[in-house]
Design a protein around this ligand. Sequence first.
Ligand code: IPE
Ligand code: IPE
Ligand code: MG
Length: 247
Amino acid sequence: MSFKDSIDKDRLPQHIAIIMDGNGRWAKQRGKLRTFGHKHGVKSVRETAESAAELGIKYLTLYAFSTENWNRPRAEVNALMRLLVQTINKEVKTLHDNNIKLMAIGELDSLPAVTRKELNNAIDETAHHNRMSMILALSYSSRWEIANAAKIIAKRVAENEISPEDINQNLFESHLTTNYFPDPELLIRTSGEHRISNFLLWQIAYAELYFSPKLWPDFRKEDLYEAIVDYQNRERRFGKTSEQIIK
Ligand code: IPE
Ligand code: IPE
Ligand code: MG
């Protein structure tokens, strides 16, 4: 039996976020360069996006490259940027076939011009799709995003557009790059690491965290279904008592 059969279609998370980790270790286990692992991670992205869209998930955010990842060896960074261009090029068809809109969050200005161009083209070409939004976090880090929001708000105060009293959680949130999306209800990290690595710190305040031991290139549809079943078996209390939730 597939985990898919146990999924309650009426209680799906609207938004799933994934920290796609373990490509380097996957390659190393096979005696290959880290880049080999990144290449094989593309299939996992395709499978995850397809199965999420088929199920009816509305938003899928994938952590593809963090601000801190710029500190990796130059050759790996370059290879990742090239792979990104090639993948976007090749996978636009998958996005069309599955009616998926591509979006991106992060400090996109720091990406190489050719990567940015390819990304923006794919974003424009898929803008009319509406089954699911796939959001790539690129050159993203949550502390960058939060500091950036504070800067924009401070400028608006300085220009008398808003007053300090207007600053509340809703206003702050509307200055984050995730302004257009609901918070993820489910955050998945692969590769057995139990940390967040500067991803969506504000937005996961009440997300359910799911850690898979699988390395990202081994992650398949069934693994996503398993994570969703696990999510659906949890009691989300949001600070209340269990009795308040059940009644
Ligand atoms: C995740 O895999 C991909 C990126 C961070 C770009 P890693 O490259 O971090 O692989 P490990 O964690 O070293 O195995
Ligand atoms: C997090 O993975 C970033 C992405 C998956 C893009 P890392 O491999 O960079 O995280 P750490 O260094 O293990 O925390
Ligand atoms: Mg890693």
